[in-house]
Design a protein around this ligand. Structure first.
Ligand SMILES: [Zn+2]
Length: 133
């Protein structure tokens, strides 16, 4: 098992490029990243991989699974089990430090009512780890 890229938080899409998101395009990127890594390591096939998607990326996990399964036929990822972890949109208030779940993109602190909050999760889109043999 290893983690591609420089770490868990490195997105594989640059900021600003995530809209409009198509699961097929994302699945292709995942396959490309994983295939390259597997070839570099001289391995044959991927058994498991985990992808993390944030709520604000608008990725539908089922659609992503379906797309990945379709395009991975005949590749090193054909038998891979794809796990998708969803991360909710959460923010931290810069005034009082409260951390809260953001509903309907309203960044209003439920504790102090200020609109001065910073996103702390929900924009993730990366391959978390890969297991291959
Ligand atoms: Zn607050």
């Amino acid at each position: 098992m290893w983690r591609p890229g420089e770490g868990r938080t490195k997105p594989f899409f640059p900021k600003g490029m995530e809209k409009p998101v198509h699961e097929l395009g994302i699945a292709s990127s995942i396959l490309e990243i994983v295939t390259r890594a597997v070839e570099e390591k001289g391995l044959q096939r991927v058994t498991r991989l985990k992808v993390v998607v944030g709520e604000t990326t608008a990725v539908v996990p089922d659609a992503l699974s379906f797309a990945f399964e379709a395009i991975s036929r005949g590749t090193c990822c054909e038998v891979a089990q794809l796990e998708i972890e969803e991360r909710p949109f959460r923010a931290r208030c810069r005034q009082c430090g409260e951390e809260f779940r953001v509903e309907e993109y309203r960044l209003i602190c439920p504790r102090c009512g200020q609109r001065d909050a910073q996103m702390i999760s929900g924009d993730e889109l990366y391959v978390d780890h890969v297991e291959a043999e």
